[in-house]
Design a protein around this ligand. Sequence first.
Ligand code: AMP
Length: 309
Amino acid sequence: MESSSTPTADARASRSVAVCAPGRMKTLRTVAELRAELDSARRTGCSIGLVPTMGALHDGHLSLIRQARAGCDVVVATLFVNPDQFAEATDLARYPRDEQRDARLAAAAGANLLFAPAPDEVYPPGFATTVSVAGVSAPLEGEQRGPEHFAAVATVVVKLLNMAAPDVAYFGQKDAQQVAVIRRLVRDLDIPVRIEVGAIVRESDGLALSSRNLRIARGDRERAGALRRGLDAARASVHAGERDSAVVAAAGRAAMSALGVEPEYLELVEPDSFAPVPRLNGEPVLMAVAARIGDVRLIDNELLADRRA
Ligand code: AMP
């Protein structure tokens, strides 16, 4: 997408090192520190890119940091495991945390600031506000994880956008419904930020990178490939001419069953609203899938341009 050898990127890189964010990456704990750093960068005319993460960084996160590095003068990666967006206490408790490793990786990928606040800094005593996005939050992940999930995501993303006031915020297509929720809230609340979306980064066998992949039991690794296989089979059915989404989804489910995996859902939806698409009609559709592999819940998706169009 962006090439670091273009004159613009080179000029930006030297400007950013010289003026916008000199020295080594800094780790910041408080909103006041973050604002002080960014206010002075902003006054110098430097653009700010924000990459929100929950840590346990892998190449998917790092690709977003690199994208921000190429597009903005100052790159802020955030590291905050948002307790509110976990429906299951065990999932939260088991979420991998290694700040030193994350800091090393974020710095190597080009982050200038790592914002790693304590939960109290984000949710001080008395915190009482929730941002909820109707419609797009409801199906699929919203149904499986409960209505609190996307409300928690929306609330923390609005807070991070207000804390950093970035020019651009970067999110991964891996969490396609999260992207749709965030695009909706940014439009609805007139938040002055551009949203950029990074492509899904995958293992060589097609499994989408996820912090949760570390928890897949060795014996389950092959079955984890079922999500990618399901999407492949659904796509093949569309390319063979099928237009009935139920038949397309059934082809995907059958491919998953062959590996002993029953998806929580495999559905074709409209990519912005996440409304069901009963028949392919020439418009792009998103195929989204979720499944449990042992006790690890995985999601994946693929955007299909209807070839008939
Ligand atoms: P998380 O730490 O899981 O909240 O993810 C932080 C950001 O990284 C989100 O915008 C995710 O969509 C993105 N992300 C996670 N996994 C991947 C991946 N495999 N490829 C690209 N982006 C990803």
